[in-house]
Design a protein around this ligand. Structure first.
Ligand code: BGC
Length: 430
């Protein structure tokens, strides 16, 4: 069989037609209901003890953000009336040793980064500072400033943290570092921070979504009068392909975060890698030599995929360069075109699945789409992946129909950091 015919077959498995999206939305609603009723469900539907902000919160707060490839510290001044200063921020690179050894090592790293930040910024040096802690993992909260980690995701595996209160662990590390002026007043998931930052400015905002290293969404529950963290990355009532199953099997958390493994930045490159290896195995791609970048897991990334898709030149010169610099100087136009087609197929499915998730959350609140809804979205896949925002907007029309015009997808950059500061302010005034 020629490679294009074979790929067509795979493309068929990756297609999400409106009927399939409707079925997905229906089972999503079923899982949401079960999760809220505390019955067994792939959606944890975690209460967050945070409501929507008034927009009038004021004051200077520190936000710290753990959950992606960097740890970040931000300083935000809220001015009321939906306004805030441009955050002052610093990034600290998280190495594998920080995220996969012990909890103490991870939290000591965080405390050291905060210490470094406070020494460098006179606004907070030697002053009492209140912190909003964005911790982007499934946490069972017991209040606004306390919560127990249920499981690690996104390749984190620090020992001795699951089942523990992460705010207590942070406080212990702060005290070990001599940071007694730092008080942790709020704990929040990144989706919650993003939604809160979005609704600080836009009163139609009632969904927060992260499409980055991991993926997740939250929304305000009218009955509980607080935001619910769906932990949608763990949704598993959907059809997967053999490639998704391979990604799952070879991951650190098999059987978990199935939706996330089809959508988020950490895994898109892995899905691509397994398809490429399948084609190589059949002699349909790179017949001369298997490029090293596809041999080892997690080397080929979503960033590479975006770069490949961005190449619109007739000869696919940038793809050629990319392959050459990765040890495959001899590659044909067909190799390059096939690789680009595979990337598009995977990112297109990720965009459609994300939209199906957004539609599920919105129609759970407003089944007939009577109101306007702004979805605050943060994360590198939405922000930076070539064409992703457009694919999502198109999918919204395709899967949601005419009423989906009432849904606005809004990039809410740094929502998680700024949002955590707003949540800290809310906790402060409570
Ligand atoms: C975590 C969520 C988080 C999401 C986006 C997932 O892996 O379980 O809590 O919101 O990643 O960072």
């Amino acid at each position: 069989m020629d490679p294009y015919t074979y790929l067509k077959r795979i493309e068929h498995e990756f297609r999400i037609a409106p009927g399939a999206a409707q079925a997905l939305i229906k089972s999503f609603h079923g899982e949401m209901r079960k999760g809220l009723a505390r019955r067994k469900s792939s959606l944890k539907m975690l209460p967050t003890y945070v409501g929507r902000p008034s927009g009038n919160e004021r004051g200077t707060y520190m936000a710290i953000d753990l959950g992606g490839s960097n740890f970040r510290v931000l300083l935000v001044t809220l001015k009321g009336g939906g306004a805030m200063s441009r955050p002052v921020s610093a990034k600290y690179r998280l190495d594998k040793k920080h995220i996969t050894s012990t909890g103490q090592r991870l939290f000591d790293f965080i405390a050291r980064a905060i210490k470094d930040f406070t020494c460098r910024h006179k606004e907070v040096a030697d002053k009492h500072v209140e912190v909003g802690f964005t911790f982007s993992f499934p946490v069972k909260q017991r209040g606004i400033a306390s919560g127990v980690l249920k499981s690690w995701t996104k390749g984190f595996s620090a020992r001795g943290v699951i089942g523990k209160d992460v705010v207590a662990l942070l406080k212990e590390a702060l005290s070990r570092a001599g940071l007694d002026d730092v008080t942790v007043t709020a704990l929040a998931n990144d989706t919650v921070g993003t939604m809160v930052a979005g609704s600080y400015r836009d009163t139609d905002c009632d969904v927060g979504v992260i499409l980055g290293t991991g993926t997740n969404a939250c929304y305000p529950d009218a009955n509980k009068d607080m935001i619910i963290n769906t932990e949608w990355g763990n949704f598993n009532k959907l059809r997967t392909t053999r490639f998704d199953n391979e990604v799952d099997r070879s991951s650190r958390n098999p059987g978990q975060q199935i939706f996330e493994k089809m959508i988020s930045g950490m895994y898109l490159g892995q899905v691509c890698r397994f398809i490429v290896l399948d084609l190589i195995g059949r002699g349909l791609l790179f017949p001369e030599k298997r490029p090293a970048i596809f041999s080892r897991p997690y080397m080929f990334t979503a960033e590479h995929m975006s770069l490949i898709e961005e190449d619109r030149s007739p000869s696919l010169g940038r793809v050629k360069e990319f392959l050459s610099s990765n040890g495959l100087a001899k590659n044909t136009y067909d190799d390059r075109a096939l690789l680009r087609q595979i990337c598009r197929m995977i990112s297109g499915r990720a965009a459609r699945l994300s939209v199906a998730g957004v539609l599920a959350v919105i129609t759970f609140m407003d089944p007939a789409l009577r109101r306007r809804h702004t979805v605050a979205i943060d994360g590198t896949v939405f922000e930076k992946y070539y064409g992703f925002k457009n694919m999502m907007r198109q999918s919204l029309k395709y899967l949601g129909g005419i009423r989906a015009r009432r849904i606005k997808l809004a990039l809410t950059k740094d929502g998680s950091g700024a949002g955590a500061a707003i949540i800290a302010a809310c906790a402060d005034s409570a």
